[in-house]
Design a protein around this ligand. Structure first.
Ligand SMILES: Nc1nc2c(c(=O)[nH]1)N[C@H]1C(S)=C(S)[C@@H](COP(=O)(O)O)O[C@H]1N2
Ligand SMILES: [Mo]
Length: 339
């Protein structure tokens, strides 16, 4: 990977992560100050005037948009669940970093349809302005931008945005100002912030964040796990918001609730109050586009004691949350019912 833009001034020079816990995510639209934030290479500090976005590669008319030119294009808004896939070095450990926000920006499929994309193009590479070493100072040279890719076929499913607004305001610097890629139904890692280039190509890049980490063993394709598949599509997941990870409640009926999502509508959420032995269906609101869905469950505890309470969702494609050993494995909280 070559460096394609000079190193920008940095607001923060190294890895930074802001994390919020599921029980804090009480609002349907997560306020900006509660949106988790990840940056592995630091936070670029770029003014709108100093920024531009190049669209290059297998395309008849390569273009560069200034900030003003991008904002002058037709704008769309879209509410989506926004999910971190977790620590790329511990891909089977759930971190429950999630939010649900409204993006505003330019429809990428629409934009590209006017630029003559070559038939041989299969992937879109997205480059962030940030580059350098990863948190362990390994693998990445000084030349390595944050680079991700998506299959061009994802455009057919709609709603891929070059976003410059978050919850109705200009993107904050930590969330990708001046603009970022948003690929709804894909994990957040694919949504390159501080976007400076989109390149149409006929292959996957060999960049660190694309093909070194963020690839899961594909046990369906090869039981030994040597064949990998990119961490793109969201897997089904649900979280409790109503109750903290460890909490005490009085010995009376309790309203459990939380959020569920997947790469398609969630079809059901089930709740277990005995550590996963028995499950009962929760109420689940219907899907609203690509946003998360609220579930509620009225629980009458049998009496005082400790309860291992879990929720799991199944999506309309029949995919269900695994019990363990996956980034989306079932969440378990410990509720003590007081005497
Ligand atoms: N340029 C760039 N884009 C990036 C990252 C990054 O470090 N650099 N982190 C990714 C990861 S791992 C996630 S989960 C999302 C987080 O977006 P947020 O910080 O706006 O919540 O941004 C993605 N885009
Ligand atoms: Mo992430």
């Amino acid at each position: 990977m070559e460096r394609i833009a000079p190193k920008p001034p940095m607001l923060v020079n190294r890895k930074r992560i802001d994390h919020y816990f599921p029980h804090q995510l009480t609002e349907r639209i997560t306020p900006v100050d509660k949106i988790f934030m990840t940056s592995t290479l630091g936070i670029p500090d770029v003014s709108a005037d100093d920024w531009s976005l190049a669209i290059t590669g297998l395309i008849d008319s390569p273009v560069t948009y200034s900030h003003a030119e991008l904002l002058a294009l037709p704008k769309r808004t879209l509410e989506t669940v926004h999910v971190c896939s977790g620590n790329p070095k511990k891909p089977t450990a759930p971190l429950r970093r999630v939010s649900n926000v409204q993006w505003g920006g330019v429809d990428l499929a629409n934009l590209l349809s006017g630029l003559g994309v070559d038939k041989s193009a299969t992937h879109i590479w997205s480059y962030g302005l940030d580059f350098g070493a990863d948190e362990d100072d390994v693998v990445l040279g000084e030349m390595a931008h944050y680079v991700k890719d998506m299959p061009i076929s994802r455009l057919d499913d709609g709603d891929v945005l070059i976003a410059y607004e978050l919850n109705g305001k200009p993107l904050t610097k930590k969330n990708g100002f001046p603009a970022r890629l948003i690929i709804p139904d894909y994990y957040g890692t694919n949504c390159t912030k501080w976007l400076c280039r989109l390149e149409l190509t006929d292959r996957r890049p060999d960049s660190y964040h694309t093909t070194v980490v963020y690839n899961d063993p594909d046990y369906d394709a090869d039981p030994s796990g040597k064949i990998t598949k990119p961490v793109w599509s969201l897997a089904p997941e649900s979280i409790f918001v109503s109750h903290e990870k460890k909490c005490e409640i009085p010995n009376e009926g309790a309203e459990l609730w939380g959020w569920a999502w997947s790469n398609c509508p969630a079809e059901s959420v089930e709740v277990s109050v005995d550590g996963g032995k028995h499950w009962e269906r929760a109420n689940l609101e219907p899907a609203n586009g690509r946003a998360w869905q609220r579930f509620t469950y009225h629980w009458e505890p049998e009496g005082p004691g400790e309860y291992d309470v879990r929720c799991r969702t199944q999506d309309v494609n029949g995919e269900i949350q695994p019990a363990d050993n996956a980034r989306n494995s079932v969440q378990s909280i410990l509720i003590t019912v007081e005497a």
